[in-house]
Ligand binder design. Structure first.
Ligand SMILES: Nc1ncnc2c1ncn2[C@@H]1O[C@H](COP(=O)(O)OP(=O)(O)OP(=O)(O)O)[C@@H](O)[C@H]1O
Ligand SMILES: [Mg+2]
Length: 341
């Protein structure tokens, strides 16, 4: 039997896999539920569903942190379990993995090793810079287009890329993602109202309120723990508090976008001024984010349906037309990486 081909976008929040044989994209949360610290109880979406809900002996862990693999063995197990659940590994399978650019070579190599040294026994593993895949999935022909700016607002990172004619001109990975916004919200609620809320509750508040427009006097009642009485309770959290918690992080992202545009060579910059920013990643769904970015950068901002799938859609495109797009991919076994092996 001929081997299959997979495209992998391993995010902090979600793992997305493109299966070429079935021409299907599937997505699972990047989480593992452990029972008694020893047994794997559940993986993926099922594990995430237990987060902050399951009894004490079940702990949900997240193998990725800020866009890089923090727990290699857990991540390898998770990926193996997800691929296994669909079908048995074939020995001759090929993989294309999207990796962040602005990380150390060792961190990048970990993505490669994850797949290369897994039980999958891949026939080949190739790498593509995630910013390129993202732009392709956004519907841009990255090989011919001059001057593209992609801002991927994800769960654990914000990745900014300037691309031109098939290459990465500038790239920066900020360690700011949805979960950092949520922690900031939870911390401010705790400090201002002596009220403890979980990460999921903070996420719900962020999604409901968004970052721009909407009335400024709305509030949502959420469950948590009153830190003065120590008992579970319900409390109102106002939109202004949630917005205040997110303000500093948003401003940091905008500063980074501006700085990157300033550093962009003029001939590339003119293309960006015309087309604006391509906004991708799950946080691009956040109400008001594109308006906020447009107002604060003065550039047009484009987004699309299911922006969190842009990178994996890009992988799909590369794998469906390899003759044309293979020049965007490379292998980490190449001479350049000999010193790492
Ligand atoms: N409809 C929505 N409204 C607001 N936020 C959303 C929405 N959908 C997803 N998100 C947020 O998007 C984030 C996940 O984005 P994404 O799936 O792009 O992350 P990732 O690719 O796994 O992580 P990273 O690329 O940072 O490693 C989460 O924080 C989630 O709360
Ligand atoms: Mg991502």
């Amino acid at each position: 039997m001929l081997g299959n081909v997979f495209g992998l976008d391993l995010g902090t929040y979600e793992i997305r896999i493109f299966d070429k044989k079935k021409d299907r994209i599937w997505r699972e949360k990047d989480a593992i539920a452990m029972k008694n610290r020893r047994y794997v109880y559940a993986v993926g979406n099922e594990a995430y569903g237990m987060f902050e809900k399951a009894p004490d002996d079940i702990r949900v862990i997240f193998p990725m942190k800020n866009g890089v693999i923090a727990h290699f063995d857990d991540m390898q197990y998770l990926l193996g379990a997800l691929l296994e659940s669909e079908r048995r590994f074939g020995r001759g399978d090929e993989y294309l993995v999207a990796v962040p650019t602005d990380v150390t070579e060792v961190e990048k190599k970990a993505f490669y090793d994850l797949v290369c040294h897994s039980e999958a026994r891949a026939k080949s593993v190739r790498i593509v810079e995630r910013g390129l895949a993202d732009a392709l999935g956004f519907g841009i022909d990255v090989i011919t287009e001059k001057g593209i700016f992609v801002a991927n607002f994800g769960g654990g990172t914000t990745e900014l890329s300037v691309l031109s004619e098939g290459g990465m001109v500038l790239n920066r990975l900020l360690k700011i993602g949805g979960e950092d916004f949520d922690s900031a919200i939870a911390a401010l609620v705790r400090r201002n109202q002596d009220f403890l809320i979980g990460r999921l509750t903070a996420e719900r508040l962020r999604r409901e309120f968004g970052v721009f427009d909407q009335s400024t006097d709305s509030a949502i009642t959420v469950s948590g723990r009153d830190l003065i009485t120590g008992v579970p309770a319900q409390m109102k959290v106002s939109i202004s508090l949630v917005r205040a918690a997110m303000k500093e992080l948003l401003e940091e992202c905008v500063r980074a976008i501006r700085a990157m545009i300033d550093r962009t060579p003029p001939n590339v910059r003119s293309g960006i001024r015309e087309k604006g920013i391509c906004l991708t990643g799950g946080m691009a769904n956040l109400r008001g984010l594109s308006t906020y970015l447009r107002e604060s950068t003065g550039l047009p901002v484009m987004t699309m349906e299911e922006p969190e799938l842009c990178a994996v859609r890009g992988l799909r495109q590369i794998l469906l037309d390899r003759a044309y797009y293979d020049r965007l991919t490379y292998s980490m076994m190449d001479e350049d990486y000999r010193w790492l092996r």
